[in-house]
Write a protein that binds this ligand. Sequence first.
Ligand code: ADP
Ligand code: MG
Length: 683
Amino acid sequence: MSLSLEQISVRQVRGVSALKEGELHAFGIFTVKDLLEYYPFRYEDYRLRSLQDVKDGDKITIQAKVMGVPVLQRYGRKSRLSCKMMAEEWMFTAIWFNRHFLKDQLTSGREIVLVGKWDQRRMQLTVSESEFPDQGAWRSGTVQPVYSVGGKITQTWMRKTMTQALEQYGEMIPEILPEELLRRYHLMPRKKAIATIHQPQDTGEGQQGRERMVYEELFLFQLKMQAFRALNRERMDGVVHTVDNKTMREFVRSLPFELTDAQKKVELEILQDMRSPHCMNRLLQGDVGSGKTVLAAIALYASVRSGYQGALMVPTEILAEQHTRSLQKLFEPFGITVGLLTGSVTGRKRKDLLASLQMGLTDIVVGTHALIQEDVFFRKLGVVVTDEQHRFGVNQRGILRRKGYNPDVLTMTATPIPRTLAITAFGDMDVSTLSERPKGRIPITTYWVKHNMLDRVLGFIAREVDQGRQAYLICPLIEESDKLDVQNAIDLHVQMQQAFPSYKVGLLHGRMTPAEKEEVMRAFYENEVQLLVSTTVVEVGVDVPNATLMVIMDADRFGLSQLHQLRGRVGRGEHASYCVLIADPKSEVGQERMNVMTETDDGFEVSRRDLDLRGPGDFFGTKQSGLPEFRLADMVSDFAVLEQARDDAARLVVDPAFWTSPAYGPLRDYLQQEQIFQGDLVD
Ligand code: ADP
Ligand code: MG
């Protein structure tokens, strides 16, 4: 058996020293496969152009002849070198900055290739790179890939190493897509596609290579989800919840409000899933404040009244505590017990709770991710609800199954994305949407102001607090530096204490202990603290109805979905609420994003406009929208391909030949790697 590319260390590529290997690790490159899949993010076009068809400002490569004598001017350590050139019948001037050493090489009549920016009016080229054909020019006439590099890895080294890797191992790149798909979409064979992405004849060809790999990425992604979905469909060993309508009505009637029509519809969808022998795998998306929590409560209640236990999983301890409190209130009249399990529940308390869960004495447990792992066992787990940001992957379901549970799963998210995108992006799940908010809510008014208005914003805070309300002040987000985030919050807290000596100002950030955080949140809930200075730890789910003002510093550092989440912390009670964004964004897109926030407080609309605003491959945006990420593909700009891939994958996995024919061997291997086994799931 020969080795496959993921088994061969990148060290085997000629030119990769131990030192370079170490540097490559920083880019996530360990094997030859990793290297070959390290794609360029754009191309540099060094093909020769004629001055006849270039436009002012173009970046061009031309071949020319040195005419006359170069002129060198020095300014201290800087220099400017200029020289007359001739290309075809055109005379022009080439200019170099800080390349004085070239002067002696510019001998009259010598051929030279110049890369630079063209100034049409002056007939002048500002040269960024140049080379002499008589020294064996290698770049001109080609299209070169541009990789993301750094440290000791230079662009030139990366290009050479990639060329070397393709030479040594290119032939070993395996095909993975079946013949029929390659033919249907006229896709390049895999071997050729990867080679072409790295070394295209022209950018168009590079694009074709990319198209092939984009389809493959999206197809494999969909295959995994569709296989999971199809196999899950066939299973009839999910929990069958037997709760009747009368019992459900008792609970719904006990609520302090009437369900909205949207909530009623989703309730039916959830109950239908829970009563069937199939495992529920449902995504509930709804805007902030649309009332998702009560649907979680309905699912948990249905499970308990069918004789099972339920778990509610949330991302933060603050949220876990808040949910525990509100569920206890709702379930008390029904004699349903709710426990809390987080990292700060330890010792005796933890031991008792675990025992109680295992014996089935605790009906519902709320907690963070650790809830379903490690030493936690249930007597009869019927449903798992996850709130905000958590998503059960296939692997986590596997863990639950191996523990002997096959619970229904409901995932709730407050990052609303357009429904068609959600259905396709989360193809393994059924999607429910809460499309309306409870009636009678007063819309939140959002203002965008510049930093020089800070004094007026402080006045606004004073006005709200003097009327008995409370306010949040969110600190700027420092990417990659949790420490600076915290320092910011501490500084701002001190400033606010000075600015508002008569109020109690609280401080909340990620470096505080859970007990400290809990104390601050408690004080804020009880209005002992009027102004809460915080990092984004309050982002998800926090519910303090008396808070009516949300001020966000340096709002342009946050993604739109995050701003919308933060804004959703106010507007939860009977009083009119406000959100103030403080930002001086420089770019047009940045300004437009602030405008979007002031123009709408509908999360679906915000996300739709967010998607419009960001360009293809806007990585940052994808991360924040909670969509899956790919090497080459972009869910938004490649959406049509994504849909196509979904249909293809869905068709394939229900074809019996897929599970037996050798033509699909590589695809089955892929699923196996991803831990989706037909046997495991079906038997
Ligand atoms: P989210 O969807 O953001 O999790 P919540 O479930 O926290 O929203 O609900 C926000 C607020 O709306 C809560 O105070 C909740 O009690 C209230 N609420 C939920 N459903 C309704 C309804 N049908 N009518 C009135 N208020 C409701
Ligand atoms: Mg919520």
